[in-house]
Design a protein around this ligand. Sequence first.
Ligand SMILES: Cc1cc2nc3c(=O)[nH]c(=O)nc-3n(C[C@H](O)[C@H](O)[C@H](O)COP(=O)(O)OP(=O)(O)OC[C@H]3O[C@@H](n4cnc5c(N)ncnc54)[C@H](O)[C@@H]3O)c2cc1C
Length: 436
Amino acid sequence: MHAPRVEDKATPYWWEAAPLTPLPQQPLPRNLDVLIVGAGYAGLSAGLVLAREGRSVAAFDAMDPGEGASTRNGGITSGTIRPDYATLTRRFGEEKALAIEAEGKAAREFLYDFIKTEGLVCDFQPVGQFKGAFGYEQYEAMARTADRLAKKLGIEAYAVPYAEQRKYVGTDVYRGGTVRMDIGGLHPAKFHSELLRVALASELTVHGRTPVISIDRDGSGFRVLTAAGTVRARQVLVCTNGYTDAAVPFLRRRLVPVRSRIIATEELAPDVMARLMPKRMMITENREVGFYYRPSPDGRRILLGGRDSSRVGDPAAPKLLLRKGLINLFPELEAVRLSHSWFGNVAMNRDMIPRIFEKDSVVYATGFCGSGVVWAPWVGMHAAHKLMGHEERARTAFDFRPPAFIPFYRGNPWFMPAFIQGYRMHDRIAMWRASR
Ligand SMILES: Cc1cc2nc3c(=O)[nH]c(=O)nc-3n(C[C@H](O)[C@H](O)[C@H](O)COP(=O)(O)OP(=O)(O)OC[C@H]3O[C@@H](n4cnc5c(N)ncnc54)[C@H](O)[C@@H]3O)c2cc1C
């Protein structure tokens, strides 16, 4: 077997069309109504709403705005909640479980409407999503979920039997699957850059490459130490998600950053793309540590992502694991070259549910668990309303309590590689059972 030829571009494919742009240095404000920590989708969405309501507001980011997950992700507008419907029902009862699902529908509609009304040029394509089943038992359960979504929430969702599968994805690995037409794809870095454009035009001030170092109470407000000096703010909103650092120790002990990695292929021939991704849909898999993949917005490449259990640096192994997964799905890509491979951090909390919460008067918008393309703008917008005391407009189906404390954890997720291996083992057993 010859060694796969892998190119070395370790930056996101998305940065080719939408490179990160350092912002001009801004004078440091002395006083603000609201200081936002983090300028990804969540921080910018909150800042946009606050600025438009006339608040003096600035977002500070330790890196260039967007350099966190918001320009690195797969761009799939999934808005899913990790625990499945059955688990949510067990935990909260059927009414709450349905309200959480309904919130996903509302959040996706909000995003699509926002893109349209603000005229954001971000290659949004409402192409639908196919989710592959491992085994016929899984397929039956997934078909029931699709039926429920269609009946209870009016979502266009349906089951695709194995015999029809190749009309959706050119692989035999799955035993059928389900389609949701309310999910699509966008160019994540273009989306972030367009969000930044409208936020700046609405008088949100954004300070790039200016980490917040500490947040302390100061009378009825806060004294925030940044790398550029001290700012006084009446309110503080934390939107640091998978990049949370020592500046916000309370959150750091409750969120686990997990690496997600994506590979992009070189351009493939049009007939190959037509065979492998006939409907140009977004694709996910029904397993704990599955792959997600999609065509590039121009329909010429495949981008495939999955968990990366490495902890430091950019070693070749996780990249090659994804490549192996790609070839397993599509053996005809055996000799394909990869043009890019990169990673970013998603943030997991114990119950895997996004939330807005307040602790010691600081407001937090976080916990998107790998689905922040839909959730981060939605939660950011609601957090802004919470800060302004708009009770009705701040309401969501999510919990307003802080995520649970993780025992023996202070921000170094040393246990993650073992966890991911455990999930992979769980998947292998489930797949072995399904194949019998
Ligand atoms: C590889 C990958 C693939 C993904 N695929 C998808 C997908 O297909 N669909 C989907 O819905 N979601 C996906 N996600 C998740 C999604 O990208 C995130 O949920 C979303 O971008 C979170 O946005 P955010 O604004 O909360 O955080 P981020 O965009 O991560 O921004 C947080 C910011 O906080 C800043 N920060 C942290 N600490 C400080 C500090 N002390 N001072 C100042 N700034 C600070 C960081 O610099 C960072 O820019 C993926 C994520 C990754 C990494």
